[in-house]
Design a protein around this ligand. Sequence first.
Ligand SMILES: [Ca+2]
Length: 435
Amino acid sequence: MYEQAEPVRSPFSRPNSGQTSEPPSQPSHVHQGGSSWRVRHGNGASDKLQEDQEASPHTYEEAEVVKRYETRTSAVDRTYPGGASRGGLCSFIRSHRSCIAAGIAVLIAVGLAPLTFINKEEISQLSTTVDALKRDQDDMRQLSTTVDALKRDRDDMRQLSTTVDALKRDRDDMRQLSTTVDALKRDRDDMRQLSTTVDALKRDRDDMRQLSTTVDALKRDLGSERSRVTALEQRLQEQPSCPKGYTAWNGICYKAFNTLKSFSDAAVACGEDGGTLAMPRDAGTNTFLISLHNAVSEKWGFWFGLHDRREEGSFEWMDGSALGTYSSWGPGKPNNGRGDQHCVGYSAVPHWKDKWVDISCDWQFRYICQTVPGRRLQEDCAEVIIITGSRFNMAEADDGSPTAVPQNVCDGSPTAVPQNIGDGFPTEDLCDRDA
Ligand SMILES: [Ca+2]
């Protein structure tokens, strides 16, 4: 039992224990100390034992050693019963000190030999264990370092995960933001198109305003034009028109008659229409008369109102005025051929076609008459009415309806002023020459 308890602490806590060779001291000291080490150290080490007693706690193994020692001392006491001869014992020990010491040394050597062997193995095993434990410790340290690093990595991973989550949220936010931006871009494009449309509508509105202004101006112009047209129509109705069959040219009415007459008879016929033979005093009128009579006949000549009946070579118009500077004589004309060519007309001969020629006044020619607008032909005058003392003729108006006209329009008299015809009534036919 001693060998089993001893190795637990001796190799490390007390490296020098067991190497002493001093004999044990008195059993009473050993017993009072309660430690196996005090047994081996003897009385000389009592002070040190006392320090060990105070410094080291009792252990189970030490208690066992003390118990065994007590057992031995009891046996010694029993070998020397009563202990009465303590002085004899001491003298015995002093006398046999060397022998006892030798015996104790032998005993110790015998007891420590296997212990030393066992301790070496145990030390070797413990050293191996310690090395293993040191390696384990190092491994643990490395493992701890690794764990710490892993913990840091884990923390980093957590932070990274947090960052990744934040980035994901940011990504989602960016996606939503991108979607919003796209929507805003579309809205912007729509706004631009809308703005363009609005601009176009504004231009259209401005155009409409201008158009409306133009329309208003045109309406005003139309109103004024209508008023002017109405006034012109009224003036036209008020202005006298040409007699039936006559055509107006520069305010004078002309007619080409497809009837053969001498110059004098033609002049009388024109007078019956309230006019005279035509008098082409200028080139325009002359051209108009040529077209007028050619429309009636291009194969015959036509009288017009020029003659030198009063004085040879002194041509004058029907109203007595001189020929003037304008003329349209044919080649070689006037030549007063045969000495009796005193009347003038348009020639139909190819050599003088539409030119003026002086010919005999007795020749049978067609003729052209002229009169003033408003004059009524006698055949159009139906009857005479007396209106407030004045004489009027009933005549045919332009639209064919009967109307009252001053008497002079029928006979060419210089009198007659139109009066109120509302209260007039027919009395007699003054267009009849007998009236
Ligand atoms: Ca003549």
